[in-house]
Design a binder for this molecule. Structure first.
Ligand SMILES: Nc1nc2c(c(=O)[nH]1)N[C@H]1C(S)=C(S)[C@@H](COP(=O)(O)O)O[C@H]1N2
Ligand SMILES: [Mo]
Length: 242
């Protein structure tokens, strides 16, 4: 992908792609929920045809847009999925999806807010508190930040340790009462409720405790590392409903 100075976090590109998806939206309305099952495949196909590798699209329901900086949707089956916790910890660990599901679950209902302006009210995410995984790993004294990596091989994000330990930061495997779809970053994505949605890394595969914050993917293009909704990226308005 050609890299320009500052790009938009998930800027929709490609008129053909957008029109194609609008068409799909109409079909979705006509056929109701059934079409959702096939949606991931269609999205993957559209995404792989996007020459820029930067696809923005589609309300897959409820006004979500689909963002992926990689050139196709990466897939991991529920059984193949692994999440590693490593870095400055006493007990590095690898979790399966079943492991994560067997742990204490937390459910959050918040507004999803993308830095580009769109918002999806009352979105439910469920999963494990990141704090619990960090406690099990035993963060060492020098550990002050977290780096997140993804199995798309491209995206990354970060949080300070204090942010990571908040009670509204989840390792999520359910969204709106169903498994997180591939398009939305399944089987497991990060969900950082108080921050703009670019912090919520999809296709999460690695949690590494580090000694300092390493800016993530979009932050290299000028977006704030501290991405509080309403108080970052040039905004000073109060968060709307969180
Ligand atoms: N791995 C990965 N995670 C990502 C992104 C991405 O391109 N790749 N885009 C981010 C941005 S900019 C947004 S707004 C949300 C979009 O999530 P959605 O596709 O579920 O709507 O995911 C975030 N997490
Ligand atoms: Mo975004």
């Amino acid at each position: 992908m050609e890299q320009r100075g500052r790009q938009s976090a998930g800027k929709p590109v490609g008129r053909r792609v957008v029109l194609g998806v609008l068409g799909l939206g109409a079909v979705g309305v006509a056929f109701g929920a059934r079409i959702q099952n096939g949606l991931d495949n269609v999205l993957a196909e559209v995404s792989s045809k996007d020459p820029t590798g930067l696809t923005g699209l589609l309300p897959g329901g409820g006004g979500f847009q689909f963002y992926n900086v990689a050139d196709s949707i990466p897939h991991r089956s529920d059984t193949d999925y692994r999440l590693t916790v490593d870095g400055l910890v006493d007990r590095p660990a690898t979790y399966t999806l079943a492991d994560l599901k067997s742990m204490q679950q937390t459910r959050l209902v918040r507004d999803v807010q993308c830095v580009t302006g769109w918002r999806v009210p009352n979105t439910e995410f469920s999963g494990v508190l990141l704090r619990d995984l960090l406690d099990m790993a035993g963060v060492q004294r020098q550990g002050t930040a977290i780096r997140f990596t993804c199995f798309d091989g491209v995206y990354s994000e970060s949080l300070t340790l204090d942010e990571a330990r908040r009670s509204d930061v989840l390792i999520a495997h359910e969204m709106n009462g169903a498994p997180v779809t591939s398009a939305h970053g399944g089987p497991v994505r990060l969900y950082v409720a108080p921050m703009y949605f670019y912090k919520s890394a999809k296709w999460l595969s690695g949690i590494t405790v580090t000694s300092q914050v390493e800016p993530g993917y979009w932050e290299h293009y000028g977006y704030d590392v501290e991405a509080w909704v309403g108080r970052s990226n040039g905004r000073d308005d109060a968060p709307t409903s969180n």
